[in-house]
Design a protein around this ligand. Structure first.
Ligand SMILES: [Zn+2]
Length: 331
């Protein structure tokens, strides 16, 4: 399986919390573990985002960041995942004096450790944040540039979408384009189609969520001309009130328009899901055929930020595992 939209801090396992909290003597709160999952009556994206406070408190040392990446990659490998892109914002891990570069070195070490002896490829996307100042976000772009060609494969813009529009971040993405970095941007989750268009103007090659893309002729033409792939995360959208029900996920509309879509988890712990469960839900909701399932899964290879050689390897592995995946998904 695949996951192209997976946040590290929203995907620590319960045992990771326990291990890290005990090690550093940090209280997990009397509500643990229910305080690491989003409540069923979560009112908004802003409320959803508070679920990241506790994991971030634990991830402020090189050792812990390395551990968290390694643990997540190992967990995904055990779940039979072939390829994943894990994203995180280095600027959220500086509370105890680390530099963004040190944070990223720890992340890379963790990913390599997780991949060791496992049949999985994991890459990392560095998030800039909507609430951060330009100087700090620019540093993330510089670090992504410094580590280009390693498992750091792209940059993203995350955080509360209603804070500032994507156009506000044009300087940092101009720099990212100058460096030839791959770009994905969270857009059209809590806002509408205009935000997605601004993200495309900033050079986004993929859109995180994007479920509010207006499927009019001009928007479809622009998205198709740039061959943009969308990273849907259905349960997360229901929890943040971006969408009301699973049947509101515009999967069929996008597919009909010929716009590539992938299905992802967003946050395995906060949303209490996996991309496998999300895909199962989509198959059930939209009665997807075997061919449609294969097409959606294949998009996660085609539009991944893996190297050409990696993509070939992943595609080969996918071909041999697809029938097993499919029976898992429909049962
Ligand atoms: Zn996200």
């Amino acid at each position: 399986m695949f996951d192209l939209h997976l946040h590290l801090d929203g995907s620590l396992a319960e045992e990771d919390f326990l291990y890290l909290a005990k090690k550093d003597n940090i209280p997990l709160g009397k509500d643990f573990p229910s305080n690491i999952y989003v409540p069923a009556d979560c009112p908004s994206l802003v409320e959803y985002l508070t679920r990241f406070d506790l994991p971030l408190l634990l991830l402020q040392s090189k050792e812990n960041i390395e551990y968290a990446f390694s643990s997540l990659v190992k967990r995904l490998a055990k779940m039979n995942y072939i390829y994943v892109e894990i994203r995180f914002a280095p600027l959220l891990h500086l509370q105890k004096g680390l530099s963004q570069k040190e944070v990223v070195v720890a992340a890379l070490k963790g990913v390599e450790e997780g991949m060791k002896d496992n049949d999985i490829i994991a890459n990392i996307i560095l998030c800039t944040m909507r609430h951060a100042d330009e100087k700090t976000n620019m540093e993330t772009i510089e670090v992504a540039h410094l580590f280009k060609g390693t498992r750091i494969v792209a940059v993203d813009l995350a955080g509360a979408e209603t804070l500032h529009p994507s156009s506000y971040y044009s300087n940092i993405f101009a720099k990212a384009r100058e460096y030839g970095l791959n770009i994905t941007i969270h857009a059209g989750e809590a806002t509408g189609s205009d935000e997605i268009m601004m993200a495309l103007d900033n050079g986004a090659m993929r859109i995180g969520h994007g479920v509010h893309l207006s499927l009019d002729k001009d928007s479809i033409a622009k998205v198709k001309e740039k061959d943009i792939c969308f990273e849907f995360c259905p349960t997360s959208n229901l929890q943040t009130k971006s969408l009301k029900e699973y049947k509101d996920v515009p999967l069929k509309g996008f597919m009909k328009a010929g716009i590539p879509v992938t299905i992802n988890s967003d946050n395995m712990t906060v949303s209490n899901t996996t991309s496998v469960l999300e895909m199962k839900q989509m198959i059930k909701t939209f009665n997807l055929s075997k061919e449609e399932v294969k097409e959606i899964l294949f998009n996660s290879i085609k539009y991944s930020f893996a190297t050409k050689g990696e993509k070939e390897k992943i595609a080969k592995s996918f071909e041999s595992r697809f029938n097993d995946y499919y029976s898992l998904l429909i049962n």
